[in-house]
Ligand binder design. Structure first.
Ligand code: NAD
Ligand code: UDP
Ligand code: UDP
Length: 319
């Protein structure tokens, strides 16, 4: 069935892949973005499609449109970007969610929240499953993001309890792939761009901290599957790739795949940086019949190809 779908933050990394998938599935897509970290370039290929519409709007202000489904993706996700204007980050998660939930309530739309593994903070439970309540510092530099996202989850569940909204909460773990910004600041894009330009690979701390990275196509598939579940399925539901590795291993793999001569440079570990992270995806497997299918080296190769082309266009590549 053809649906009218709103994607907030649709010009960002994940949002733009999601918009493309929804357009491919023949839906009408309204992409709303304030271009804080996203860009028109990310959705340029979709602009020629008459079922795609792009609107510049900041979701911390009310929005009146008519839609059937909403993916609330708006929020900067890279630590350097969400810490640049922390008050705006919290506003986006809290005021933004209230506005978009108010909209969903008025038009009775199904609404999905792009939550995050950061709600688990620096976890004492490993791997993290959805029953774990997390260990988040409420007053640190990451709190604007973590607590904003936690409050957004609260709002989603209260709109369900109070107004019977059909909600879906996805806890997204680290995701990577083409269309991350060159200056995104997250580890995969940093390491790839450094490797391709021959600059030192910057490892924060001793590089023994772990993460588990999911390729964007797998992740977006999980989001759409979650949206398509029946009303009683609300989540929260972890979406991510359980394959865990250290940041040192990631650096070594990227150096090998790019045949780079970059050296490794150690820098200070940012405050409250989680030491380990790995999703337990049993719930996603059982409820959505979903699991990631793209292996790290394969996903990294596709991402390297993307950045290589981008850097060549800008005359910056050396490998
Ligand atoms: P991104 O920064 O590339 O995209 C976020 C988009 O939201 C950008 O286009 C930005 O301009 C837009 N935006 C920010 N504030 C806005 C506002 N107030 N009004 C309208 N638009 C606004 O990040 P991403 O990686 O694509 O993340 C998308 C969503 O997924 C975010 O909510 C993020 O918290 C969540 N998430 C992402 C990851 C990941 O690894 N990529 C992990 C966990 C959660
Ligand atoms: N809102 C919006 N678009 C709509 C409906 C509501 O942006 O189509 C905003 C509106 O600004 C409101 C918020 O969502 O403040 C919450 O709406 P809700 O109906 O839940 O609460 P109330 O209007 O009572 O504050
Ligand atoms: N990191 C790093 N070098 C970089 C960027 C990040 O070593 O140039 C580390 C960072 O300290 C963290 C991990 O890589 O331990 C993942 O960082 P990212 O910002 O991608 O995501 P998050 O910390 O939000 O999981």
């Amino acid at each position: 069935m053809r649906k009218r779908i709103l994607v907030t933050g649709g010009a960002g990394f994940l949002g733009s892949h999601l918009c493309a998938k929804l357009i491919d599935a023949k839906h009408d897509v309204l992409c709303v973005d304030n271009f804080y970290t996203g860009s028109k370039d990310n959705v340029r290929g979709l602009l020629k499609c008459s079922r795609f519409e792009l609107m510049r709007h900041d979701i911390t202000f009310p929005l009146y449109v008519e839609v059937d489904e909403i993916y609330n993706m708006a929020c900067p996700a890279s630590p350097i970007h969400y810490q640049y204007d922390p008050v705006q980050t919290t506003k986006t998660s809290v005021h933004g969610s209230i506005n978009i939930l108010g909209l969903a309530k008025r038009v009775r739309a199904k609404i999905l929240q792009a939550s995050t593994s950061e709600v688990y903070g620096d976890p004492e439970v490993h791997p993290q499953d959805e029953t774990y309540w997390g260990r988040v510092n409420p007053i640190g530099p990451r709190s604007c993001y973590d607590e904003g996202k936690r409050c957004a989850e609260t709002l989603f569940f209260d709109y369900r309890r109070q107004h019977s909204l059909s909600i879906k909460v996805a806890r997204i773990f680290n995701t990577y792939g083409p269309r991350m910004q060159l200056n995104d600041g997250r580890v995969v894009s940093n390491f790839i761009v450094q490797a391709l330009t021959g600059r030192p690979i910057t490892i924060y701390g001793d590089g023994k901290q772990t993460r588990s990275f999911c390729y964007v196509d797998d992740l977006v598939d999980g989001l759409v599957r979650l949206m398509d579940t029946s009303d009683e399925i609300t989540g929260p539901i972890n979406l991510g790739n359980p394959f865990e590795f250290t940041m040192m291993e990631l650096a070594e793999t990227i150096i090998e795949l790019t045949a780079s001569r970059s050296s490794i440079e150690f820098k200070a570990l940012p405050a409250d940086d989680p030491k380990q992270r790995k999703p337990d995806i049993s719930r996603a497997r059982d409820t959505l019949a979903w699991h990631p299918s793209i292996e790290l080296r394969d996903g990294l190769s596709r991402t390297i190809e993307y950045f290589d082309t981008l850097l060549c266009t800008e005359g910056l590549s050396v490998t």
